[in-house]
Design a protein around this ligand. Structure first.
Ligand code: ATP
Ligand code: I4P
Length: 436
């Protein structure tokens, strides 16, 4: 039995057998617990065609103790390090394969494609892996950020020690915003270098510096790109829309993986001054001092019941998402003002049509955002006219090792709050691009 599968209600050990563990889906036979396995040797020889996923940004890494993610032929292999967590994740993906429930069917769109499991032999050790679509495979210079969602990152079976250790980590951003950044990787457009930011960096962020970290990820020192922000927001709004309605599951310690292609952003910057503007408030991400306050276990704090409002209303119409409306600031729909789509099956065109729909909203944004509407019209027209042949961003939900059934068919407020706050930050960046 792995560490995290032991329930401690208070210091002292209460062990729980697999059959007692409340499960979302049936859990199959468990593997040998690799916690006591000998270290993965440094000179690992991988099966032919398999290599380490060098652009992995967070999670269990290849560090001599655990193996880390592997890559093979357009897929990634996620080694199972803790049997029950691994089985929970397998069961989650298997359930999605066979579900007929509407919100679970919809969820399939937001997660990597699942290709079953595979047992590989490394250094004479058999390791069971989950095989998933490699979300980075179509990107030339992928910038990747892992954003963990939720104030609470421990599941209902977590030990007392696990609760304390999870609650202490990334305290400022998790408690205030319900998000944290365990890692990201960027290809810096301004100097051509690649930079990695790991857990230690993420753990020092606070509510202000996390915004700078997000801007660093967005290559904002070369100009905050409205196109990039919009593409990411379109996917985030759709996930938010799902999270506001789904009442099947609770996601603990699950992440969003944001990816975009720095190469395409570079091209966009050099080809197109429209839609790109320097962020007036951007400062390089150097200040990571956290604000000091007394440690108080989150379990004793009340999760914020107030819904932090993004501009998105949570409703979709045939034309797309509707933003919050007030009578005085309703915007006319302008879906019909964009150029005719010539190839609706094309991935880029699909994305564009999503963008168009997003902009056929009524909203309650202030004057700045009303002005933005005009800018977007031009930008979206440009994008459609350019007939781009691929989308260069992706937002997917990953890491379902701690998924649990919803309680009393309630919305997962913990997840919802995190994603709403992330969206609010990115929406605020969008408005920073308006007047510059
Ligand atoms: N489908 C995927 N395609 C590409 N990269 C992926 C994919 N899934 C995961 N990754 C990479 O691997 C990292 C870790 O993934 P994941 O969170 O699933 O692992 P984990 O070991 O369970 O993490 P944790 O330690 O937080 O539980 C991600 O941050 C990302 O860089
Ligand atoms: O302690 P860290 O370095 O912050 O990372 C933890 C850690 O990888 C932990 O695994 P384990 O030490 O309990 O085996 C992960 O727990 P789960 O496997 O149960 O999800 C945590 O998710 C990691 O935390 P994070 O990635 O947020 O830093």
């Amino acid at each position: 039995m792995g560490k995290s599968d032991i329930v401690h209600l208070k210091p002292g050990r209460i062990e729980m057998s697999e059959k007692d563990r409340p499960k979302l889906f049936t859990i199959g036979p468990s593997q040998k617990d690799p916690d006591d396995c000998e270290l993965i040797k440094n000179q690992t020889s991988f099966p032919p065609g398999m290599e380490l996923l060098t652009n992995q940004v967070a999670g269990h890494m290849n560090n001599g103790k655990t193996l880390g993610m592997l890559r093979e032929d357009g897929t990634v292999l996620k080694p199972i390090t803790k049997p029950l967590n691994g089985q929970t994740e397998i069961d989650f993906y298997e359930e999605l394969e066979k579900t007929r429930e509407d919100t679970l069917l919809e969820l399939k769109e937001f997660v990597p494609k699942y290709y079953g499991t595979k047992t590989i032999t490394i250094n004479n050790k058999e390791i069971k892996c989950i095989v998933l679509e490699d979300l980075t495979k179509n990107f030339k210079e992928p910038c990747i950020m892992d954003i963990k969602i939720g104030k609470r990152t421990w599941d209902p079976l977590a030990s007392y020690e696990k609760i304390i250790s999870e609650d202490k980590k990334y305290q400022d951003t998790k408690r205030e915003l319900g998000i944290c950044i365990p890692g990201f990787l960027i290809h810096k457009i301004s100097n051509g270098r690649s930079c990695r930011y790991g857990k230690e960096f993420g753990k020092k962020l606070n509510t202000e510096t996390i915004k700078e970290a997000l801007k660093t990820f967005l290559n904002a020192d070369s100009g905050l790109s409205r196109e990039l922000l919009l593409q990411l927001l379109v996917d985030l709004w759709r996930i938010l829309h799902w999270a506001r309605r789904q009442r099947n599951i609770r996601l603990f310690s699950s992440s969003l993986l944001l990816i975009y292609d720095a190469k395409r952003l570079k091209q966009y910057i050099s080809n197109n001054n429209v839609g790109l503007s320097k962020s007036s408030s951007y400062t390089p991400c150097t200040n990571t001092n956290r604000s000091v306050h007394l440690y108080k276990p989150l379990s004793l704090m009340k999760l914020n019941d107030d819904c932090p409002c993004t501009g998105f209303s949570g409703q979709f119409t045939k034309e797309g998402p509707i933003l919050k409306s007030t009578p005085s600031t309703k915007l006319a729909r302008f879906a019909t003002t964009t150029t005719t789509n010539t190839n609706s099956d094309h991935p880029w065109q699909k994305h564009i049509s999503k963008l168009r729909r997003v902009h056929s909203f009524q909203n309650n944004y202030d004057k700045d955002l009303q002005k933005m509407r005009k800018d977007y019209t031009h930008m979206l027209d440009d994008l459609v006219n350019e007939q781009r042949n691929e989308v260069w961003t992706s937002v997917k939900m990953i890491d379902f090792a701690h998924v649990f059934p919803a309680e009393h068919a309630e919305v997962d407020k913990n997840y919802l709050e995190g994603i709403e706050n992330l969206i609010k930050i990115l929406e605020s960046f969008l408005s920073e691009t308006v007047n510059t």
